[in-house]
Write a protein that binds this ligand. Structure first.
Ligand code: GRG
Length: 319
């Protein structure tokens, strides 16, 4: 009998690998005391102790699910977390969402001021590209596309435009915003992992076949949508202690969200359906990877289970 997906094995995966991810992050960032020390302090403040570290974990899973060695994905995974953290620092600024709480602490700009927080974000974005270079050219391209104007930044622009623009609030528009603002980086995390693991010692030697990348994109697309709908729901149902950020801000700002459009219950159902769809694609991802690698499909069963379980985790989480 096939085991039902549950978030359990992913949580164990996170506790097993979190230490190595933190080490990779420390290895990628300049030392806190390096000049200019105030800037590096602000970068470290934003990065540590950090949040769930979902994106680097997805980079490790993208690598494992396509038959790569996890070690190859550590530094690129750290790069994804730096880029994600830059987006949070900028998102919290007064000119964006104007938040004062993030990851259970005052936001970066509340402690270091707006200018330094802006620059710390810039520097985190830049160092991310240093880190992802270890995974080769296709990984750099995947990250650049996902993070820029046709990805996350473009999604943020449309998200801001939709605030207080209620007449044009539709599910199609919201899906577009979610796919760009959140989903693009989630999918890129998986793709970068696959690229990182592709060539063993020399990641630029072998290219990941388009079939494998396409399946990872389909999986990541569902995962990203499920994750952001769950995030919208948590904004309504979570507490500041659970979320590490202020709840209820989307509603107060008149943001375009799933619960605002279809209600909380239907949103939770939609998130679960997408997570299950993603989980259903896990087997196809690893089968295609096993064929490409000419390895037994069963050698990737553990990774397939993790892909299923992280999908369930994204909608079951309370943080
Ligand atoms: C370029 C000025 C400038 C700003 C860019 C790109 C951008 C601002 C913002 C990105 C949009 C954004 C913050 C999307 C939200 C994605 C999201 C749900 C983040 C929360 O992710 P979690 O829950 O957080 O994984 P932790 O703290 O656990 O890592």
């Amino acid at each position: 009998m096939t085991e039902r997906p549950s978030a359990g094995s992913f949580r164990t995966f996170v506790s097993t690998h979190r230490g190595a991810v933190e080490d990779a992050l420390l290895g990628l960032l300049p030392d806190k005391s390096a000049q200019p020390a105030r800037l590096h302090e602000a970068m470290h403040y934003a990065m540590f102790p950090g949040g769930k570290r979902l994106r680097p974990m997805l980079t490790l899973l993208g690598c494992a699910a396509t038959g790569g060695a996890l070690q190859a994905a550590m530094r690129p995974g750290a790069a994804l977390e730096c880029l994600h953290t830059y987006s949070l620092v900028h998102d919290d600024l007064p000119c964006m969402d104007n938040d004062d709480l993030r990851r259970g602490r005052p936001t970066c700009h509340k402690v270091y001021g707006d200018s330094l927080a802006l620059l710390a974000g810039d520097a985190l974005l830049t160092v991310a590209f240093e880190g992802v270079a270890a995974a080769g050219g296709p990984a750099v391209q995947a990250l650049a596309k996902a993070a820029g104007s046709i990805g996350m930044v473009g999604g943020q622009v449309e998200d801001l435009a939709a605030e207080g623009d209620g007449a044009a609030h539709t599910i199609e528009r919201l899906r577009w915003i979610h796919d760009h603002k959140t989903g693009a980086l989630i999918t890129a995390s998986l793709l970068v992992g696959a690229h990182a693991g592709a060539g063993g010692e020399d990641p630029v030697l072998e290219e990941v076949p388009e079939e494998v990348l396409g399946l990872l994109r389909r999986y990541g697309d569902r995962l990203g949508r499920a994750f952001q709908i769950a995030d919208d729901c948590l904004d309504m149902t979570g507490s500041a202690a659970e979320l590490g950020k202020n709840p209820g801000v989307d509603l107060a700002a008149g943001k375009l969200t799933w619960p605002a459009l279809v209600g909380l219950e239907k949103s939770q159902e939609a998130a679960t359906a997408l997570a299950e769809e993603a989980a259903g694609l896990a087997g196809q991802v690893v089968s295609a990877a096993a064929e490409w690698r000419s390895v037994a499909r069963s050698s990737l069963d553990g990774a397939a289970k993790l892909l299923q379980d992280v999908a369930i985790y994204t909608v079951e989480r309370r943080t």
